[in-house]
Ligand binder design. Structure first.
Ligand code: IMP
Length: 180
């Protein structure tokens, strides 16, 4: 059965822009890179909740390395605009001192969330920190970030699905949808 190309999430309509197949292909591509780059290491993946929960689950199943995953929270977003405010990193229950860390994020928009996350994590002296994001809006970046792993760059449009939400809704789709 063909999946619906247009969906309504709360008061807004969205259309499919990245198919499940395309997402899976990109995840395999970056997982292969991580498997190569981290050969011989035991990385700690830190998935940023809530948006990255599906991405992290799919990514981890493509990783062949001995690794751990932990879930942290740090939100700066309400509705369809970033507020610019950042909150504390909570839920970090693994000791990352001297460990290679890979942050798993759903989407980098202004980059403020990631910058704050990096500052916080660096204080714990990890061996290294890489950023792995499903999506990146390069035109929105407000800070300089070295993003080593990125599945897909997208234009400056609001997206939902595959874990990403609009006011808490719309996470439960297999494809990614863009606002229309
Ligand atoms: P940043 O701090 O501006 O980079 O915001 C990153 C966070 O904003 C992401 O982790 C998402 O939770 C949220 N976000 C940014 N753009 C979108 C979008 O298009 N759809 C859903 N959430 C978004």
């Amino acid at each position: 059965m063909q999946r619906r190309r247009i969906i309504k999430v709360k008061d807004k309509s969205f259309t499919v822009t990245i198919s499940e197949r395309a997402i899976k292909r990109q995840i395999k591509r970056i997982a292969d890179q991580i498997n190569r780059d981290y050969e011989g290491k035991r990385p700690v993946f830190l998935a940023v909740l809530n948006g990255s929960f599906i991405f992290a689950a799919d990514l981890l199943r493509e990783i062949d390395l001995p690794c751990e995953i932990s879930f942290v929270k740090l939100a700066s977003y309400e509705g369809t605009n970033t507020t610019g405010s950042v909150r504390e990193v909570i839920g970090l229950n693994v000791d990352i001192t001297g460990r290679p860390v890979i942050i798993v994020e759903d989407i980098v928009d202004t980059g403020l969330t990631m910058a704050h996350m990096l500052d916080t994590l660096k204080k714990q002296n990890p061996e290294s920190i890489d950023i792995c994001t499903l999506l990146l809006k390069p035109s929105k970046l407000q800070v300089k970030l070295d993003i080593r792993y990125c599945c897909k760059q997208i234009p400056d449009d609001f997206v939902v699905g595959y874990g990403l939400d609009y006011d808490g809704f719309g996470r439960n789709t297999k494809d990614i949808y863009t606002i229309i």
